[in-house]
Design a protein around this ligand. Structure first.
Ligand SMILES: NC(=O)c1ccc[n+]([C@@H]2O[C@H](COP(=O)([O-])OP(=O)(O)OC[C@H]3O[C@@H](n4cnc5c(N)ncnc54)[C@H](OP(=O)(O)O)[C@@H]3O)[C@@H](O)[C@H]2O)c1
Length: 382
């Protein structure tokens, strides 16, 4: 029986993680969870899974929960709540399904307590990959990828030696606007951007998919997870999302992991690893139903955010933290109707241009750069 702490239980990954836990009551127990403000979603989760600890974002949410929830539970509020859940006694695996750089510190605290990390929160490795890797090494803690692309690469590497990898090929659906030319992106709406053709995900990652920043963040994440330089990580457009990613070895043999698009598969693999378990309701892949798989080279002029991410990753130091913070603020502004879709990349570019890189930043440096970048982008918006 694995005892699980789930950070971000009310989100898209959170809900799908709960579905996996629900399917295997003999294997998994939800011991602690956090969420933001979505009390309506949180209450049925708490009543069904009866965790020992629940954390939420603010006082108001806390009081609503206390009033409405029939199950009495230990609670905490704010950033501290994510840390309590991440380090909760008796927890074996922490599933980090938070969105944004708020996921970083709980990951580090969980590593210090030697909890296995099932990492969905890609912003953790993007903002402070060198520190997270150092921690994982020092405390000898496995970082298990939840993102479907990284899970695919991880699965392709089982039984293989890292020294034999030639390159990683990260596949990309292309997001909501993959069939539009750059000139057609001028007046696109938030609703259109949120309409992802293959995956149902949280709002931020859906917009990131449309700009391809999501793929850029994944390239940086792959660099840290698998210790591969950026010039040996390729992005391949593959609109069906059937091949979740590939690894080419020095002998030119290519391993791929395939499946119907269903995030519960990589989530469950991270939880059962190195074992596997049945996943009821998941659809078998019948290639004859699909008939044809399409591939295209990723165009950096069309997807400027992908270009920014590669460049920031190569520069390293604090640059990826700037990329991430500027992107978080710009996407939030787009979702609130304050900027247009194409202004997202303009804001990010401005933040990157003004930044003076620190090459080996501490956690404190990263926090300061994160805050400074957010303030800068906000100042342009107001
Ligand atoms: N969705 C996918 O299919 C997918 C695939 C691969 C990777 N990922 C990555 O997984 C992460 C989560 O994505 P998602 O799509 O699941 O996001 P999401 O649907 O927006 O969910 C985010 C979760 O985090 C909670 N949250 C936000 N800020 C919080 C805070 N300060 N304290 C506690 N909880 C907080 C939210 O709570 P409330 O909603 O209650 O406010 C929600 O439960 C992202 O890093 C994303 O890139 C997602």
């Amino acid at each position: 029986m694995k005892h699980i702490s789930l950070l971000g239980a009310t989100g898209s990954i959170g809900e799908q993680t709960l579905d996996v836990i629900r399917q295997h009551p003999d294997k998994f127990l939800l011991k602690a969870m956090t969420f933001g403000r979505n009390v309506d979603k949180a209450i049925p989760i708490i009543e069904q899974f009866q965790p020992e600890f629940v954390g939420c974002l603010d006082e108001e949410t806390y009081h609503t929960l206390k009033e409405q929830c029939t199950y009495d539970v230990k609670m905490a509020i704010g950033d501290e709540a994510n840390i309590v859940a991440a380090t909760y006694e008796g927890v074996d695996v922490v599933v980090n399904a938070l969105v944004g750089s708020v996921g970083l510190v709980p990951t580090l605290k969980a590593i210090e307590q030697k909890k296995t990390i099932a990492l969905a929160n890609k912003e953790t490795l993007v903002t402070a990959g060198h520190i997270v890797k150092e921690y994982a090494k020092k405390y000898d803690v496995p970082l298990l990828p939840v993102d479907s692309e990284h899970s695919a690469i991880f699965q392709c590497l089982q039984g293989e030696q890292a020294k034999n990898i030639e390159r990683l090929i990260v596949t990309a659906s292309g997001g909501s606007f993959r069939d539009k030319k750059r000139t057609e992106l001028e007046g696109v709406t938030v609703e259109e951007a949120l309409n992802h053709p293959n995956w149902s995900m949280g709002a931020k990652i859906t917009i990131d998919s449309a700009t391809m920043m999501n793929k850029g963040l994944e390239v940086i994440e792959a660099h840290w997870l698998f210790d591969i330089p950026y010039d040996r990580i390729d992005v391949l457009l593959h609109k069906e999302s059937i091949i979740h990613s590939m690894v080419e070895f020095h002998d030119k043999s290519v391993m791929a992991q395939l499946g119907t698009p269903d995030m519960r598969v990589p989530i469950q693999y991270a939880l059962t690893y190195p074992d596997r378990a049945p996943l009821t309701e998941a659809k078998s892949l019948n290639l004859w139903e699909i008939g044809q798989l399409n591939f295209q080279k990723a165009d950096f002029d069309r997807y400027r955010c992908l270009h920014f991410a590669y460049e920031s990753g190569k520069i390293g130091g604090t640059m990826p933290a700037v990329l991430n913070a500027a992107n978080e603020v710009a996407v939030d502004a787009f979702l609130k109707g304050k900027v247009t879709f194409l202004q997202i990349e303009e804001l990010i570019e401005k933040a990157l241009i003004r930044h003076h890189v620190m090459t080996k930043p501490s956690l404190q440096d990263i926090h300061e750069v994160d805050k400074d970048t957010r303030d800068f982008v906000q100042s342009i918006l107001t």
